[in-house]
Design a binder for this molecule. Sequence first.
Ligand code: ADP
Ligand code: MG
Length: 433
Amino acid sequence: MKVELARAFQELLTAKVRYKLYYGGRAGGKSFAFADALLTLATSKTLLIACVREVQNSIRDSVYKLIADRIHYYGLDNEYRLYEDRIVNLKNRSKFIFKGIMEHNAQYIKSVEGVDICWCEEAQKISARAWEILNPTIRKPNAEIWLSLNREEEADPVWKALALKPDEDTIVRKVNYYDNPFCPDNMKKLALKMKQENFEEYLHVWEGEPRREAGNHLIARMDVFKAMSNEVTVPLNAAVLLAGVDVARFGDDKTAVCLRRGRQVLSLQTFTKLDVVQVAHLIAGIIVDHSPAKVFIDVGGLGAGVYDILISEGFAEVVMAVNFGERADNPERFVNKRAEMWARLRDWLKSSLPVKLPKTDGLVEDLTAPQMFFDAIGRLQLEAKSEIKKRLGRSTDVGDALALTFALQNVDFLLKANGKNRDYAFIDDNVYL
Ligand SMILES: Nc1ncnc2c1ncn2[C@@H]1O[C@H](COP(=O)(O)OP(=O)(O)O)[C@@H](O)[C@H]1O
Ligand SMILES: [Mg+2]
């Protein structure tokens, strides 16, 4: 049997991990690839495969039909027998069973003893309770749990359990219709139509972004995606180059460095396991190589040490200390500097002229994470970092590095001081240059 598994799904067959989670929008090829990969395995060795959902009212609710279709497509009709509720390989006795996790509890648990691979289709619908039942029942050594889903909410239970902070026993992969080499043209047309008519809905249905964001978020997902799909190249003399540095606070945080020139973010990189001296040298290297007009360093926590080293090495002109908790430039509108910088970032994303963000890992999640509030005297306040960390499973490091580039409201003077001619085609007064 020879299957054509799209590249995005190869790890279904090759990765030696317990949890394989594939998510994304419609027509990413998830269901077909899972069925094909399972058939490949069940044909080559004896396996018990459970295809489960939260509730399965009838076999029609399951992936039974898809698996049966693929058996037929590969000409394996003589090798597999289709029973009413299961599919059996007559040569090696591999078996597919189809179950609802929340039905007939005791019976369900008995039936999945000895399962080698468990496929949870539509796994975004699996409740926390069902996951608690399912996970420990798949207990054979080297058993695997495969999950295919399109995220519904920010914190779908299975997402929370596996994907927020994947461990070494978990792979999390995103696949969308444009990753599916078999995606039919009519599907692509439907995707593009919705993209034009209802971008927000498109992001969920076709790009696999969660639909609901609970709470009142400062930055809209849509604005981040727009900025990521824009092409903007700001000439060297049109705006000053600024750097933001968010220094790791605790062991598990990353140090993030952002370089932004006006409406274009040139790079947004993260570094792990660097000590204060190493970060300082990294920044010194960036200053020497790229000559940013200012480097804004978060000095809450370890950043203070980085700042001190850079000052002592003669970079006092260019580095500037920023403390997220310090007073805002406009204290009547913002509770602190952090809220003010992030609000400027939000305005920048909403600017009338296009802005450009790179597709850095974690950037969408970071930027859309903070919720906003207004205090008793109407000042904008952001959700506490510790609260965000609880929800996101990590700090918003890349988001903070970008926000730091907005520490100064007006940096025009830096460009003039450089004696360069402005390229006025690139100036937008609404944007923090
Ligand atoms: N291996 C394949 N061979 C042929 N067509 C495929 C294959 N994989 C996907 N497709 C096509 O892509 C469409 C979407 O795939 P599907 O698995 O249903 O995506 P998802 O489960 O991610 O929504 C299918 O309806 C089918 O037309
Ligand atoms: Mg599907």
